[in-house]
Design a protein around this ligand. Structure first.
Ligand SMILES: *Cc1c(COP(=O)(O)O)cnc(C)c1O
Length: 402
């Protein structure tokens, strides 16, 4: 373990710490109430089943759905896969065309593309410079063969909110189902599945101060009743759509986490928006060559994505050891790829890599924001001072592939 202090956490869109009150709610499920919710013949099973039922009611009410419309999964990735592959496979005789959007999470884009092996084609629609998808593009892309449209509610990298209700209306006029990845919106914005018009809606506990490994897919059960096929076969739980022993501790924690977010959603949104605005203003007033990514009006209250011209993205991240933020490049591999979301906004590759995403949350303070501003300003100034990009045309540095 290193002895330097832990950095300030500003990466809440990646995951959140579990709230102490959520842990407390989960504890009995690891103790006396450890039963299998499918054990219908004794008290241990009944107790577990009652806990899961109550959590299901809380979660359904929290997103404007019916308890029977909630299918528990291992998270939003699985929920997205179940929605997209599940619907496509169930209706493959009616059509083989899907529509999605260039700024979707990989957990939507990849399942759509994977369905190519089963004869499906996917239209990936462009967004404008702020990351907004024009509903007219959906209308134009819908064909007789289209069976599903998947559009997220709020973007995880730039925070842009999509006009999902307008998109739903267009889909329904044509009898096409709409799936919405609402992972970043649930708990931060009012999300009412029925008024949004989403037929399927994904979300996850670990982005809202709940545990990792539990999420849900809302599947509309009437007008229209959505038909889908499971990804796995097994014990028949969750209406056969997601068989396997229920993760009762996770589900109980998920419900408590959502309840806590909803209890003070407006107040917390205002607090975080003020901190986020201060963060942006602090950086923008002290540094030139900084641009904001995403929509300034239609966006999440907690997210800021900034691009810094004239600095190397990797060097910037390496210099920022006081704060934990996300970069505009997926650094899962040795060769970092610029974010597909920033590229979709029309940012050149080098600039996409020289971007940072700050996402604030429940435990972020005004002091954290001031430390972050100072760290970013200092690091960017230092890098620009020494940057070969500044004095010579990339002199001395290997040129990145265009
Ligand atoms: C985090 C995230 C996911 C993946 O959720 P998991 O529960 O980690 O699988 C999917 N979509 C969006 C928009 C996300 O932010």
């Amino acid at each position: 373990m290193s002895s330097t202090p832990r950095p300030i956490y500003l990466d809440y869109n990646a995951t959140t710490p579990v709230d102490r009150r959520v842990i407390e709610a989960m504890m009995p499920c690891f103790g006396e109430q450890f039963g299998n919710a499918s054990s219908a013949v004794h008290r241990f099973g009944w107790e577990a089943s009652r806990l899961a039922d109550r959590a299901r009611e809380t979660i359904a009410a929290g997103i404007g759905a019916h308890p029977e419309e909630i299918i528990f999964t291992s998270g939003a990735t699985e929920a997205n896969n179940l929605a997209i592959k599940g619907v496509a496979r169930a209706v493959r005789e009616h059509g083989r065309h899907l529509i999605t959007c260039a700024t979707e999470h990989r957990a939507v884009l990849d399942p759509c593309h994977a369905l190519a092996a089963e004869g499906f084609t996917t239209t990936v629609l462009k967004v404008d410079a702020e990351g907004v998808l024009d509903p007219a593009h959906i209308k134009a892309a819908l064909g007789d063969d289209t069976v599903l449209v998947s559009v997220m509610l709020a973007n995880n990298e730039i925070g842009t909110i999509q006009p999902v209700a307008a998109i739903a209306e267009i889909c329904h006029e044509r009898g096409v189902l709409l799936h919405c990845d609402a992972t970043q919106a649930v708990g931060k914005l009012p999300v009412h599945a029925a008024s949004l018009g989403a037929d399927l809606l994904s979300f996850t506990a670990h982005k809202i101060y709940g545990p990792k490994g539990v999420g849900a897919l809302m599947v509309r059960r009437s007008r229209p009743r959505v038909r889908l096929l499971p990804l796995c076969e097994g014990g028949g739980q969750e209406q056969g759509l997601r068989p396997g022993t229920l993760n009762v501790p996770g589900i109980v924690g998920f419900a408590r986490a959502l309840e806590l977010c909803l209890a003070d959603m407006d107040g917390e949104a205002r607090r975080l928006a003020a901190l986020r605005d201060r963060l942006e203003a602090g950086i923008l007033t002290q540094l030139d060559g900084v641009t904001r990514n995403g929509s300034v009006e239609q966006r999440l209250p907690n997210t800021a994505s900034l691009t810094f011209t004239g600095v190397d993205g990797a060097a910037m991240l390496a210099g920022l050891d006081e704060i934990a933020v996300a970069s505009g490049a997926a650094c899962a591999s040795a060769d970092p790829k610029p974010s597909h979301v920033l590229l979709a906004l029309g940012r050149p590759r080098e600039l996409a890599a020289a971007s940072l995403r700050f996402s604030l949350g429940r435990f972020s303070s005004a002091t954290d924001v001031e430390v972050a501003i100072a760290a970013v300003v200092r690091t960017v100034m230092r890098l620009r001072e020494h940057s070969p990009l500044r004095h010579t045309e990339r002199g001395g540095r290997p040129r990145r592939a265009p």
